[in-house]
Design a protein around this ligand. Structure first.
Ligand SMILES: Nc1nc2c(ncn2[C@@H]2O[C@H](COP(=O)(O)OP(=O)(O)OP(=O)(O)O)[C@@H](O)[C@H]2O)c(=O)[nH]1
Ligand SMILES: [Mg+2]
Length: 407
């Protein structure tokens, strides 16, 4: 897989005093020994950049730095290098092992002046937790409690990173235009059914058309009934077909087996959420047992009518595929269970989220990770239930591990 250029990655800087536990936190988030850890103060000398996928956020660079309180001739050079590393950080994590003093205050003031968001990470909680007074004293600053040694608080840290990351860093990937070369022909299959709003197309369709135009692509929009006749008139097969998930089977039958196919809501799983995590979550469908509880989460509050996709079709297809008696719950709009309630579910199926921003979807994904519940989305769930999942995710540059659902 081609990796994301560093310039497009969110840079997370770990700053603090010597021995605060910066490198230990970097290692814990990276899941590997990226940086040397020791009880000798001043172990990290030069800033260390580690590019990685921090799911569900996506590609990031973790920037580990030398202690801010380093002294002596060499020490002050290290502090200068850390200060210089600060310039490339989109979000600064101020790591404090029970101490928050002038060094931290200076750093936070510097960041605030430049508009860089800051999170105070109280580290080594098992050894030196902050007092309530210490926490109160810096109250407006977002804080998390962690112990790299015990592995605790890391989910809270991920959630905090998502909550505080600058909007621009969460912009995500293009919807569709990067999946095909400029000039490509993309066919969009758009059923006009009872749920279609009068006189217009729905948001995912409009956004996909716009993104294709932005990427200099050709775009042919048809209803599923006219698809075969439209293809007959083309001189060559389309480079990609994007369908409404509900028409997956019919469309798959009408196009050549080698024509790449996906759905609007799978495009949105990537652009608005995190495709790798949701692909892994989809594979949990095979682990649903009798009595399993599935939560269907719809981010907009459209009025359900007829064969509503979330209320009727997904429950029907999932039940048919698994052959299990499943209990379905629904939530709409901004409503979403807390982590404790989430943990009572076996699967969450999130809508394409065309009406919400990426941050809110990432927060939901993170909450599911914390609760240990797999999360998928409408298009992924439907394609899996209908037996065309592998085909539907083939157009995306997922690594073989992510394709198989190992996240
Ligand atoms: N008990 C406990 N010890 C920790 C924890 N995190 C780190 N340590 C220990 O604290 C010491 C310093 O950890 P590092 O991660 O090297 O700290 P650092 O901030 O990178 O230090 P410098 O590179 O010297 O600036 C090591 O002995 C770690 O094993 C923790 O959560 N709990
Ligand atoms: Mg270090």
């Amino acid at each position: 897989m081609i990796s994301t250029p560093r310039g497009l990655r969110l840079h997370l800087g770990f700053f603090g005093r010597r021995n605060a536990g910066k490198s230990s936190l970097v290692n814990a988030l990276a899941g590997s020994q990226v940086a040397i850890v020791s009880d000798t103060p001043g172990t990290t000398t030069d800033p260390v950049d580690k590019a990685m996928e921090l799911l569900p956020l996506g590609p990031v660079v973790l920037v580990d730095t030398a202690g801010l309180d380093d002294d002596g001739e060499l020490g002050s050079q290290r502090v200068a290098a850390s200060r210089q590393a600060l310039q490339r950080c989109d979000l600064v994590l101020v790591v404090c092992a029970g101490v928050y003093g002038a060094a931290e205050q200076d750093l936070v003031a510097d960041c605030q002046q430049r508009g860089v968001p800051v999170v105070v990470v109280w580290s080594q909680l098992d050894r030196c937790p902050p007092t309530p007074a210490q926490r109160q004293a810096i109250a407006p600053i977002p804080q998390v409690l962690t112990s790299a040694l015990a592995g605790s608080g890391l989910d809270d840290l991920r959630a905090m990173i998502i909550a505080q990351a600058p909007e621009q860093a969460l912009a995500g990937t293009p919807l569709v235009g990067d999946l095909v070369p400029p000039g490509a022909l993309v066919v969009l299959v758009v059923p006009i059914d009872l749920e279609a709003p009068k006189g217009r197309l729905i948001m995912p369709q409009v956004q996909t058309i716009r993104d294709l135009l932005d990427h200099d692509c050709l775009c042919l929009v048809v209803k599923e009934r006219e698809l075969a006749s439209a293809l007959d008139r083309l001189q060559q097969a389309p480079d990609l077909v994007v369908t409404d998930s509900q028409a997956f089977l019919r469309v798959a039958g009408d196009i050549a087996p080698e024509t790449p196919l996906t759905s609007f809501s799978i495009l949105f799983a990537r652009a608005k959420g995190d495709l790798a995590t949701m692909v892994a979550g989809t594979r949990a469908i095979d682990r649903l047992r009798p009595g399993a509880r599935v939560l269907i989460a719809e981010s907009c509050s459209h009025h359900a009518i007829g064969d509503d996709i979330g209320r009727v079709k997904i429950p029907r297809w999932l039940s048919q595929y698994t052959g299990q008696a499943i209990t379905f719950d629904h939530c709409q709009g901004r409503d979403f269970p807390d982590v404790q309630q989430l943990a009572t579910y076996d699967l969450v199926v999130q809508c394409g989220s065309c009406t919400t921003n990426r941050r809110s979807v990432l927060s939901r994904i993170q909450a599911c990770r914390t609760a240990g519940v797999p999360i998928t989305n409408y298009g992924l769930c439907i394609s899996y239930s209908l037996g065309i999942f592998d085909r539907a995710i083939a157009p995306f540059a997922l690594s073989p591990e992510h394709r198989q659902g190992f996240v």
